[in-house]
Design a protein around this ligand. Structure first.
Ligand code: NAD
Length: 515
């Protein structure tokens, strides 16, 4: 290492010479003499007469993130991301995210209503709760961490850097909620995102993307950090997956989507289908189990991928569990009523094609889309049953191979399978989960039983003695997500998922020169 002594006089000489250089650069002796340095103009954002947001320093209306052509959305998102990493610091990202959170919370009722009316799925009240959850429970920049190594050879840091522009595909079951959750996570990590949303939710998604753009720009952020193509199709999806400007693909949906993204040749983060089983063993607190199962399985009419989809209960406690389920808002379908429900809620797989939660084309039935996410009371009305308006969930006593056990039904119809013992419960639950490794739930007071099931099923989320909702932060610890990337292994996605590692090394040299 070189060292030198610098006196106060030397320092004054250095300052003097720097000042002289500045004067020369500013052209003191030329025509610009006496010119004062203009203050840097901050970009101010003001709403125009039509309520659209306009940048005061530009003459064109800032676009709101909605594009007729996917190519234009990609170009705009690509430029926005370059500006985002160049001109904005991490604290700016945090200000932008905070503005998005507030905008979503302010409009959670409107968003819930729009999604409910457009998709005709689920429950309005639960959709308000979902918007609240993603706005408050999705981590921001605090999720990012820098690793550091220091020692005799210097200092090395590993930063979490953005990928750039991300292409994201969203499901009809959590449309705007996924847009909000993905946007916060991806922007926190320094990315921009273009969405190809599910076509049956495009109006609600257009609304939320405009809202996000307004929120970003209201605090001085760049336009089009979050955008979508107005009319998403498989063709626009192809443009998205093939564009060299899109660095990563993120898909939330069924197995067909995940497979398509993984075949793209790009890095893909895939959040696929689930069919979460619940085991209730003979040691369980049966009342708590019943209440938790009803909460999870009836929430938003069972649309969530994490929701309880079938129950395996030990024969010795099955009647007691059913008693508590009936006391807490369930209605038991008898065998004849079950046949009636199957006749309209399921469709025979005559063409032998794969659909829904599985790529298996040999399944006997598919779920009827008309009945996905509908209220329990509509099912009852259809079969001519007059029941109390408190009924949230229909239950039925079935064998393991029943289609309601095997299919990801996404309806408030929960099949219950009686089993002889724990080993049988685990064996059947693992089979019913179909290797998705998504979510499983168990009610038991025996730690060995809980461990045995968790090890056998290996799901991304394993919830003990609570509703499945606890697995995404509804009444459980840990942050929330709407994109649970089981197939590709990222798990409960957050800002750090959407980063790549960058190593920065400060050393004395590649190797020491001796002598
Ligand atoms: P879906 O697979 O029908 O559609 C999801 C998205 O993918 C839509 O935007 C759709 O247009 C697109 N898509 C579908 N098939 C495609 C293909 N072959 N090629 C290209 N794009 C395709 O799913 P959905 O009905 O909208 O949502 C429900 C499914 O999503 C359920 O299976 C549920 O378990 C799953 N889901 C998973 C998560 C998770 O985090 N793992 C979260 C929500 C929903």
């Amino acid at each position: 290492m070189m060292s030198m002594n610098v006196s106060e006089k030397d320092i004054q000489n250095i300052i003097q010479s720097v000042l002289q250089n500045i004067e020369t650069v500013m052209g003191k002796d030329s025509s610009t003499q006496n010119q004062t340095i203009a203050p840097i103009k901050m970009k101010t954002i003001t709403p125009d007469a039509t309520g659209e947001i306009r940048a005061a320093s530009t003459t064109h209306t800032i676009t709101n993130g909605i594009f007729e052509r996917m190519e234009d959305a990609i170009d705009a998102g690509y430029q926005a991301q370059i500006e985002y990493v160049k001109d904005y610091q991490v604290k700016d990202r945090e200000r932008i995210i905070s503005s998005i959170r507030t905008a979503i919370l302010n409009e959670k009722e409107t968003l819930a209503k729009m999604v409910y009316e457009e998709t005709k799925l689920g429950k309005y009240q639960d959709k308000i709760a979902k918007h609240e959850l993603v706005a408050t429970g999705t981590p921001g920049t605090e999720d990012l961490a820098t690793a550091a190594f220091s020692g005799d050879d210097g200092l090395t840091i590993v930063e979490q850097a953005p990928f750039g522009l991300i292409g994201a595909v969203t499901p009809v079951t959590n449309p705007t909620e996924t847009v909000v959750n993905n946007s916060i996570s991806m922007l926190a990590a320094g990315n921009a995102v273009v969405f190809n949303v599910h076509p049956s939710s495009k109006q609600s998604c257009e609304y939320v993307i405009k809202l996000i753009n307004q929120a970003v720009q209201a605090v001085g952020g760049p336009a089009n950090l979050v955008s979508m193509v107005k009319n998403p199709t498989l063709d626009t999806m192809k443009v998205l997956t093939e564009s060299p400007k899109v660095k990563v693909l993120v898909g939330t949906g069924g197995p067909g989507l995940v497979k398509a993204l993984l075949q793209s040749g790009k890095k893909a983060i895939g959040a696929g289908a689930g069919n979460p089983p619940v085991i209730v063993d003979e040691t369980a607190d049966l009342e708590n189990a019943a209440k938790s199962i009803i909460n999870g399985a009836s929430f938003d009419n069972n649309l969530l991928c994490i929701a309880e989809k079938e129950v395996f209960v030990q024969e010795s406690v099955a009647n007691d569990l059913i008693f508590h389920l009936l006391n807490n808002g369930a209605y038991m379908l008898d065998q004849q009523q079950l046949q009636q429900v199957m006749s309209f809620a399921l469709e025979e797989n005559e063409k032998q094609v794969a659909q829904g939660c599985s790529l298996d084309n040999k399944r006997d039935y598919h779920v009827s889309k008309h009945w996905v996410g509908k209220d329990a009371k509509l099912f009852l009305e259809k079969i001519g049953v007059v029941a109390s308006s408190d009924i949230k969930l229909l239950i039925c006593d079935v064998e393991f191979d029943h289609p309601f056990v095997q299919l990801e039904q996404m309806m408030p119809v929960l099949p219950i399978v009686r089993v002889k013992n724990l080993d049988e419960a685990i064996d059947l639950a693992v089979q019913a989960e179909h290797g998705n490794r998504h979510t499983a739930v168990m009610h038991s007071r025996n730690v060995d039983h809980l461990t045995k099931f968790a090890r056998a099923i290996e799901t991304t989320i394993f919830v003990k003695n609570a509703s499945s909702l606890a697995g995404v932060g509804f009444g459980g610890e840990g942050h929330t997500t709407m994109t649970i990337a089981g197939p590709t292994g990222e798990g409960i996605t957050s800002a750090r998922t959407f980063t790549r590692q960058r190593r920065c090394v400060l050393a004395e040299g590649g190797f020491r020169i001796i002598g």
